[in-house]
Design a binder for this molecule. Structure first.
Ligand code: ADP
Length: 272
């Protein structure tokens, strides 16, 4: 009897612990949903007025350009730049929210990833050269198509290369794509400011920016790397970083070659 009573008491304790753990998990999930909805609503509400605000400013600058009094021209340019910054933040937030809500599952399309990657990295060549940096791109044919969501891959590559340009003051950036053990491996290396070891674990967290860095003056939202991680993980891949302050950083993305979800190219966007 005693043994049975003991077992029962143990089972009751287990059941209670289980119930309270479940209640806690449900409450947390509910909180997370509320937060996601809140972000989605706020971002949507911000997007329209921003577009309506920036359109006329950019038109005014384009049309009257140099005819404007110098002070007004400078102020409008500044307003446009900051408005566009806000627009990028809002778009990044919306992208996040839709990923978290599970609305953005990757649509994998079989692509020549080497050619696509070289083209994407090349988009930032002019920006790198303007900053006095050399950008080398080495993406030889992989020998087989890789199945990725092209829109997501574009975000991954552009975010990493744009960061390399942004956080490098002198030297070079290299972008390589290789096939290793049934995985596609993208490496973006730079000779930039680097990241202190203590900062590395949180580097891919949302809104995380390295505060004590020579690159503090660089504009940013701290969402780029978090987005890179989310998009990579949606493909069943991983992203890692090796870095030394004052020497440089290498970001490595590994994705399985994957199977296409469709043989057709992605449908044209229906967005207005
Ligand atoms: P953002 O660039 O908008 O701040 P990210 O999420 O892209 O946001 O990057 C987070 C932080 O990681 C940056 O603020 C910067 O401190 C650091 N970082 C990212 N890429 C590099 C890089 N290539 N070299 C040095 N630091 C970097």
């Amino acid at each position: 009897h005693e043994l049975l009573a003991g077992q029962l008491a143990g089972a009751v304790v287990d059941a209670r612990a289980y119930a309270s753990e479940r209640a806690r998990a449900e409450a947390l999930a509910e909180l997370d949903r509320a937060k996601t909805t809140f972000f989605a609503n706020v971002s949507h509400e911000l997007r329209t007025p921003l577009t309506l605000l920036l359109g006329p400013i950019s038109d005014a600058l384009a049309e009257s350009g140099t005819d404007l009094p110098p002070g007004v021209h400078d102020q409008l340019t500044m307003a446009l730049r900051n408005g566009q910054r806000l627009q990028r933040l809002v778009n990044d937030l919306l992208e996040f929210v839709s990923i978290e809500a599970g609305r953005t599952a990757p649509v994998r399309v079989a692509t020549d990833l080497a050619a696509d990657t070289a083209e994407l990295a090349g988009v930032l060549r002019a920006a790198a050269e303007r900053a006095g940096l050399t950008l080398t791109v080495d993406c030889p044919p992989l020998g087989r198509p890789a199945a990725v969501d092209p829109r997501m891959w574009e975000k991954i590559v552009l975010n990493l290369v744009a960061n390399a340009v942004k956080y490098t003051f002198v030297g070079s950036i290299s972008v390589t794509l290789t096939a290793e053990d049934d995985e596609v491996v993208l490496r973006v290396s730079d000779t930039g400011v680097g990241v202190p070891a203590a900062e590395l674990p949180a580097l891919f967290d949302r809104f995380h920016r390295v505060v004590d860095s020579p690159a503090r003056s660089r504009e940013g939202t701290g969402l780029g790397l978090a987005l890179v991680r989310e998009l990579t993980e949606l493909h069943g891949g991983t992203v890692a970083v090796e870095s030394r302050p004052g020497v440089g950083s290498t970001f490595t993305v590994r994705l399985p070659f994957g199977e296409p979800d469709t043989d057709l190219p992605p449908p044209p966007s229906t967005a207005p």
